[in-house]
Design a protein around this ligand. Structure first.
Ligand code: HEM
Length: 400
């Protein structure tokens, strides 16, 4: 019989699968005694794993392996949003295990064989998922709900699995050793997550930022529910102030806005110098990803408004002052007003002028990122693109 990648993966991971079926979490699920807290943390952990794996597969672009239609993260996040889990804390060791697995997957970006092994495990889990879905729905307190995460699509679980196996089996057989190692590591990571979820103690409960954004990692998050609420409201204000964010970064961008807002709120207790150091770092990170500093400044203002205390006022002034060294504020205002008429959408004039100033102030790569998006011919007319170039020339002429 000819060896196939999927067949060999099945053989090699038989023990690992059995171990996954034998965890206390699986037993409690089957008995109908798994607490909602455990079910929620398990699904949130899986969201971390899916987020990292699906993005890695997308970026790796291995011919024939990944199809964005296979992504299960959106369904999982919808289920979590719809099951009354919002605000529920997480079980620390479970989330730590999921992040550890996510970190390991991140190292696989240049290893197609390993990504294939990991995809095998998560896609294959949809088969058992046909049994688990009712158990999870019951554990979440909604036994009549059909969880989207376990719904394979119109083709059904069997047909979908055949198609995924064909994708795996079209890969070179030399991938096998690495694919097996990665598949086993994925099973082990998910098993650790399950062990972390059940049983658990109340002492291990904490608000984790990954509940808001599975890709946010380990960063700080307020533990007080009112503070979280204010941080999320500020994020919402910042998000709505800039339609550019939605247009460019979509749902993933919104999740980052929520988690960044919680991180920003957690900075409020630091000394002013430390606040500024952290914000300068974040401003640099955001700028090269295409988010000029005005976006961060408005977000900080929204946080101060929500919390009713101007904790960030000095930092906002410092960020502006740094920009003003290369582009005096009066010039920035004049240029923005001048180009706004020809660039009326997405706050383009403001963002483009700020991006040029950020770049001149040392945030390398900002202009490239913002300019590329705002001159994409699929999105903008030739007239618009010409206006962006005009704005660039005029602004550069006054930059110091
Ligand atoms: C109580 C827990 C579980 C049960 C009852 C269960 C059950 C099943 C069942 C019935 C199948 C179909 C086997 C077949 O058609 O031959 C299957 C396949 C599979 N399951 Fe699970 N499963 C569980 C947990 C997991 C977990 C946690 C994972 C990994 C995240 C997983 C990954 C897989 C994979 C990769 C396959 C495909 C095997 C293959 O045919 O190559 N399962 N599972």
């Amino acid at each position: 019989m000819t060896t196939t990648l999927s067949g060999a993966l099945r053989e090699a991971t038989r023990d690992a699968h059995e171990a996954a079926e034998r965890t206390p979490l699986s037993a409690a699920l089957a008995e109908g005694t798994l607490p909602k807290q455990s079910a929620v943390s398990y699904l949130r952990g899986l969201a971390i794993v899916h987020a990292v794996l699906e993005r890695s597969l997308e970026l790796a672009a291995i011919p024939g392996l990944w199809d964005p239609a296979l992504a299960r993260l959106p369904a999982l996040l919808d289920d979590l949003a719809g099951c009354g889990a919002t605000g529920l804390p997480d079980i620390d060791p479970a989330i730590d295990a999921a992040i550890a697995l996510g970190d390991a997957i991140l190292l696989d970006t240049d290893h197609p064989a390993r990504l294939a092994g990991r995809l095998y495990v998560l896609e294959g889990s949809l088969l058992g998922g046909q049994i688990l879905k009712g158990w999870f729905a019951a554990a979440l307190g909604a036994p009549d709900t059909t969880l989207a995460y376990f719904t394979p699509g119109p083709e059904g679980a069997g047909r979908r699995w055949q198609q995924v196996k064909q994708r795996l089996d079209a890969l070179p057989l030399e991938y096998l050793p690495e694919a097996i190692a990665a598949a086993k590591a994925t099973f082990a990571g998910i098993e650790q997550m399950a062990i972390g979820c059940f049983p658990y103690t109340d002492a291990s409960l904490r608000q984790r930022v990954t509940a808001l954004n599975p890709e946010a990692g380990r960063h700080a998050m307020p533990q007080d529910a009112r503070e979280v609420d204010m941080a999320l409201r500020a994020a919402d204000v910042a998000w709505r102030q800039h339609p550019y964010l939605e247009a460019r970064y979509g749902a993933r961008g919104r999740r980052f806005t929520l988690s960044d807002s919680c991180w920003l709120a957690s900075l409020r207790s630091l000394a002013p110098d430390d606040i500024l150091t952290n914000l300068r770092w974040l401003a640099g990170v955001l700028a090269v990803r295409g988010l000029p500093t005005t976006i961060l400044e408005r977000h900080l203002q929204a946080l101060d408004d929500q919390f009713g205390l101007p904790v960030f006022a000095a930092a906002i002034a410092a960020l502006r002052a740094r920009r003003a060294l290369v582009l005096p504020e009066a010039d920035a205002v004049r240029l923005t007003a001048h180009w706004q008429e020809r660039l009326p959408d997405y706050d383009a004039a403001d963002l483009l002028v700020t991006a040029l100033a950020d770049e001149a102030a040392g945030a390398d790569g900002t202009w490239d990122s913002v300019h590329t998006w705002f001159t994409d011919p699929v999105r903008f007319s030739g007239e618009w693109v010409a206006a962006v170039d005009g704005l660039m020339r005029e602004t550069r002429a006054v930059l110091r």
